[in-house]
Write a protein that binds this ligand. Structure first.
Ligand code: SF4
Length: 261
């Protein structure tokens, strides 16, 4: 695939996106592990088990008189998912005769806290969080600027993309760093390369963010002060992606976005 084609795919494809190092069989079996959860835009929702399950749940909520978009529905869904995960884990523990003592539990908790601290103090996580706040602020500024008038059609899509991904990319980077720590403490055969997959999803989101920012920057209807802010953060996102490619070793697959524009 030529780099311009890859470029178009990364910018236009939403929902599930196959990392180049994941084989087709694994990808199609577990697509919900390789997606941005933008289900309305996902072309593979018809084969996604998670999506089907969520639709069934929505129908059930409507029958029970619960608004599926409400906070109540959100908490009920989280509860159901956690209950199911607990049940599956308990079944497996019985099957493999695994017992967890109070001491094991405390050790696990302490270990999770240690890893959380490492993630929080990690430079990459901190930079991603700062950039995430910059995007939030920028989107707020644009909405404020167009408070009295309709947002121009030419930037509506870009704003929607920024709003969707402004937290997503940093959450995925956080997860990539967390998994990187875990993988460093695991046996090689147990590693699932979650860090690389999470970093890839963040990378794709950043490609879309850069594209959206460039589109906003090209709009004649945006105030020059907002453009100045946009111009300032675009290179930071380019740089962030260059770091992700290098650190999580998928540089060989993508040479489309250089370190600086
Ligand atoms: S339909 Fe499934 S694969 Fe697609 S975005 Fe939603 S959860 Fe992900």
């Amino acid at each position: 695939m030529s780099s311009s084609l890859i470029n178009k795919v990364l910018v236009r494809q939403f929902g599930a996106i196959k990392p180049p190092w994941i084989d087709k069989e694994t990808f199609y079996k577990l697509i919900f592990n390789f997606c941005d959860r933008w289900c309305e835009r996902c072309k593979l929702s018809r084969i996604c088990r998670l999506y089907q399950k969520e639709k069934e749940r929505e129908k059930r909520f409507i029958k029970q008189g619960i608004d599926p978009k409400s906070t109540k529905a959100m908490f009920l869904s989280i509860c159901e998912s956690l209950e199911e995960a607990k049940r599956l884990l308990e079944n497996d523990m019985k099957r493999f005769k695994i017992k967890i003592t109070e001491e094991d539990y405390k050790k696990f908790e302490a270990d999770e806290e240690r890893k959380d601290r490492l993630v929080k103090n990690n430079r990459l996580t901190q930079i991603a969080t700062k950039l995430s706040y910059s995007l939030v602020k920028l989107v707020e500024d644009i909405h404020y600027y167009f408070l009295e008038e309709e947002i121009p059609e030419e930037i509506k899509g870009s704003l929607e993309i920024l709003t969707y991904y402004m937290h997503f990319f940093s959450v995925k980077i956080r997860r990539a760093v967390f998994s990187e720590i875990e993988e460093g403490e695991m046996k090689y055969e147990d590693i699932t390369f979650d860090s690389k997959n999470s970093a890839f999803l963040s990378y794709v989101a950043i490609v879309k963010i850069i594209n959206a920012l460039e589109n906003i920057n090209n709009s004649k209807k945006i105030h020059f002060k907002i453009k100045q802010k946009v111009k300032k953060i675009i290179p930071l996102f380019y740089h962030l992606n260059a770091v992700l490619k290098e650190r999580f070793k998928f540089g060989n697959f993508f040479n489309i976005y250089p370190a600086t524009p």
